[in-house]
Design a binder for this molecule. Structure first.
Ligand code: NDP
Ligand code: MG
Length: 385
């Protein structure tokens, strides 16, 4: 069996470490040839010791590089992820950096790898057509890692050329799913990070609580599957057993099910088109008893609604939506912003900053900077803790 050389960008994170669990289980299939992180140096050193990659990268240069990790080639600095990836000779890149900070890595990955296994949804939301065009031109495959998009991707393989009527994204509803609106305003970091079904990195867990994550996913689904917003629905499904669905013209709906375990979609992308075991516990539907569904509450979760508007507006609108949120979420996680102010910040940014077309990467970064500057200023002036 050919061993696939995989670069794991964001190796110290939630997605990165779960991908490495799969590499650990299947050393005959995968070799982690490139491992990168931002600043978690000790954690990355341990991974380097175990997985023996050819190259490794840290955006923040550590004070000392231990003797026993010097066997591999190291890259440091802001663009270390991209330089390491270029030097790696990886077949596939798992892009699991968080935020638009991962866009340069996705861009590079499309240039040098056969396949991009995409967890970093913000890069696709902001990168939009430019990223898709680059993939198309270079003949690269983008395989979704996000569980909903992996589910849709799997269901679409049965379409046999038939048109799709609707995509139905399921949503857990996040940590504040059942909270009354007045209490949501001042939810604490600890409460927000207590996600009911998924264990994930901090940023995405906050995004689940505002449901902006589902908003990003609506836009991500538009990018990946070419469906307009009005054909992408969201349904709240607290058990997170149905990962998403595809509806065809005859009304038939295909769904993909499984226990909520990110190793499923990560492993599916890594092994595609083969399905590789990762030690999942089998789905026991009777243990769930019932699977339940409800409409999303746009009044308590205005950022979900706003994603549709951003998608409809097009151009730089999704970039503003994402950029303002990244600033607000970082502030919230640092204990410097009320939970309720996250939505207000993003809404104000979208209402205030004019949108424009995206012709080049520079337009993306300029819009992102405009959103960040606006959010910093707006929070400073209006909504401290
Ligand atoms: P984490 O915060 O757990 O991990 C992020 C990883 O990226 C870490 O390795 C981190 O390094 C690295 N990183 C952070 N910032 C930078 C930067 N500026 N430049 C380079 N590397 C950086 O995030 P998750 O694993 O939860 O999420 C990763 C992506 O996957 C996100 O886009 C998220 O939306 C998406 N996703 C995640 C899911 C999950 O289950 N976690 C599910 C679906 C999608 P360091 O440790 O040094 O900070
Ligand atoms: Mg998801």
């Amino acid at each position: 069996m050919m061993i696939r050389k995989i670069a794991i960008l964001g190796a110290t994170g939630s997605i990165g470490t779960q991908a490495l669990e799969i590499v650990r289980l299947h050393p005959d299939r995968f070799s982690a040839i490139c491992l990168t992180a931002h600043s978690s140096s000790e954690k990355l050193f341990d991974l380097v010791r175990e997985f023996r990659p050819k190259v490794a990268a840290l955006c923040k240069e550590p004070a000392i590089l231990p003797e026993d990790v010097r066997f591999c080639e190291w890259f440091f600095g802001e663009d270390a992820t991209q330089r390491a990836l270029e030097a790696s000779g990886a077949d596939d890149a798992l892009c699991a950096v968080v935020g638009i900070a991962g866009l340069p890595a996705v861009w590079t990955a499309l240039g040098v790898c056969e396949r991009v296994l995409l967890a970093n949804k913000e890069a696709l939301v902001a990168g939009g057509d430019l990223v898709l065009e680059r993939a198309r031109k270079l003949g690269r495959e983008i395989l979704p890692v996000d569980s909903e998009h992996s589910a849709i991707f799997q269901c679409l393989r049965a379409r046999e050329g038939n048109p799709v009527r609707r995509l139905i994204l399921t949503a857990s509803g996040g940590a504040l799913r059942d909270w009354p609106a007045e209490e949501m305003e001042s939810a604490t970091v600890e409460q927000v990070l207590r996600h009911p079904t998924w264990k994930m990195g901090g940023k995405i867990t906050v995004d689940c609580a505002t449901m902006l994550n589902k908003g990003l996913e609506v836009i991500e689904a538009n990018r990946l599957f070419g469906m307009p917003g009005e054909k992408i629905d969201v349904v709240v499904h607290p058990e997170s057993v149905i990962h998403s669905m595809v509806e065809f013209e005859d009304g038939a709906v295909l769904a993909q099910l499984g226990n909520p375990d990110m190793r499923g979609p990560i492993g599916y992308a890594m092994g595609f088109p083969e399905r590789i075991p990762y030690g999942a516990s089998p789905l026991q539907l009777p243990a769930y008893g019932a699977l339940t569904f409800r409409e999303p509450d746009f009044a308590r979760f205005p950022l979900l609604k706003l994603a549709y508007a951003a998608l409809e507006a097009g151009g730089t609108a999704p970039i503003l939506y994402n950029g303002a949120n990244e600033v607000a979420v970082a502030r919230f996680l640092a204990g410097r912003l009320r939970f309720g102010a996250i939505a207000r910040t993003v809404i104000a940014a979208m209402e205030t900053i004019p949108t424009g077309p995206v012709r080049a990467l520079e337009d993306i970064y300029a819009a992102d900077q405009a959103a960040r500057r606006f959010a910093e200023g707006w929070i400073g002036g209006n909504d401290g803790i």
